[in-house]
Design a protein around this ligand. Structure first.
Ligand SMILES: [Zn+2]
Length: 436
């Protein structure tokens, strides 16, 4: 099993240069029971925004930009139903010991269920496995499959794979394509699973293929790996940070939070910002703070299911902090995809729309910089305890923002979808006093 996050590659496009910049650490975290606060409190959202509005950062030219004022039409948007072809490729140098049906079950229905929960039922990913092995013309070793794949070998693999699959698959019927290699073949490197983005789309069956997911997993595969790769197909960036020498820690930016960080994260629910980008959150669920003042907001945990017929509370508060930056506040609790979370509470992170995938477009703020948690299970224990609890606060003087957690309610046995004793709602006070 690989412990490294899965990759992605853009073919025939140079990557944006790495932007230097150390993690801007929390200026001060105050752990005082909400005392000395005597500002004017305005209850309710400052502005309820739709798809645009003053907190919707502009989409930039950065690869998988976190800007969400518009949707990039080169990507399928995960709303309603999308259909995915899953194609199983065998090689002459290995006889498959598993059936395509068994391998499809490694990823489905799990991946579809992940997205159904994350989207509150707004997105249905339907997979259509081709339930037989399709034989590639060349031995697996000839393609020299690896994480940093040589481009002509990768091109040969894609060319052969599409030619092999074409008679069996009508590509015009699918929004996504997964190419799954026989895990038993000797040339298959489990570190090489990725999305291949084609700058110049290939035309197959009259359909333009802009990207393919090439799956080279062991059986069983890495947890959530297909959901992570599928996130790229929906224009979500890598949130891990690849160390320059390939060693060292990959998870310093977001730790366990959001599956676009580590596929092994304990809290893989996509950030509220990503849900807004994809169209799974909107309207009154996203509160925009862009004027000076102090506001109170009661939040539902991000992973808690929507209660049919009930209006619910907002899920995220966004504070616009600059032309390409925002501070996002959301509640995380042990619901749905986050059932295994290490800690619950109010999570704060910075989003930068001009920062490319894998360069740190999102950075989680550590609410407890002097401590860690879940030493053995977390991918980055320093951030496993990042959320703030009741009575705790965070101040970002450089942005003129202060967040304090005022109150939380506890779910009882009758709270739909919520585990007993877990946080049901969280109330935060946000003070915005823009600098300069
Ligand atoms: Zn990735």
């Amino acid at each position: 099993m690989s412990s490294r996050p899965p990759g992605e590659v853009v073919v025939a496009r140079s990557r944006a240069p790495a932007r230097a910049g150390p993690l801007r650490r929390a200026a001060a975290v105050l752990t005082s029971l909400s005392a000395v606060i005597a500002t004017t409190v305005v209850t309710g959202p400052a502005v309820a925004v739709g798809p645009g509005g003053p907190c919707a950062l502009e989409r930039t030219g950065a690869h998988h930009s976190e800007g969400l004022d518009t949707w990039n039409p080169e990507y399928p948007r995960p709303l309603g139903t999308l259909d995915a072809a899953m194609i199983f490729l065998s090689f002459p140098d290995a006889r498959p010991t598993l059936t395509p049906t068994a391998l499809a079950a490694d990823h489905f229905p799990g991946t579809a269920q992940f997205f159904a929960r994350a989207s509150y039922g707004k997105f249905d990913l339907r997979v259509h496995p081709v339930r037989r092995w399709l034989a590639m013309p060349a031995p697996s070793t000839t393609y020299a499959i690896q994480r940093d794949w040589e481009s002509d070998r990768r091109a040969a693999y894609l060319r052969d794979a599409l030619a092999t699959a074409d008679p069996a698959v009508d590509f015009s019927r699918y929004d996504l394509v997964y190419l799954v290699a026989d895990p038993g073949a000797p040339g298959v490197d489990a570190d090489a699973t990725k999305v291949v983005n084609l700058d110049r789309p290939l035309t197959v069956d009259g359909a333009k293929l802009r990207r393919l997911v090439t799956v080279f997993e062991q059986h069983p595969p890495d947890h959530n790996v297909l959901a992570h790769e599928t996130g790229h197909v929906f224009d979500l960036p890598d949130l891990y940070h690849r160390p320059s020498d390939g060693k060292g820690d990959w998870d310093t930016h977001v730790g366990d939070w959001d599956l676009m960080g580590s596929q092994f994260g304990m809290a893989p629910e996509p950030f509220g910002w990503h849900k807004w980008k994809l169209g799974w959150l909107g309207g009154r669920e996203v509160v925009c703070v862009h004027r000076p003042g102090t506001t109170l907001h009661t939040l539902d945990p991000l992973g808690a299911p929507r209660t049919p017929g009930a209006p619910g509370h907002p899920r995220v508060v966004v504070v616009r902090t600059g032309p390409e930056s925002a501070l996002v506040i959301e509640a995380r609790g042990a619901y749905g995809n986050d059932a295994g979370t290490c800690s619950e509470g109010v999570l704060i992170y910075r989003v930068r729309s001009g920062t490319a995938s894998a360069e740190g477009p999102v950075k989680v703020i550590d609410g407890h910089p002097d401590a860690g948690a879940c030493e053995s299970a977390s991918v980055y224990p320093d951030l496993a305890d990042a959320p703030l609890d009741v009575g705790e606060s965070y101040a970002a003087p450089e942005d003129g923002v202060r967040v304090s957690v005022e109150d939380a309610t506890v779910a009882d046995a009758y709270t739909e979808g919520g585990p007993e004793g877990r946080g049901a709602t969280w109330t935060v006070k946000v003070t915005h006093d823009p600098v300069g």
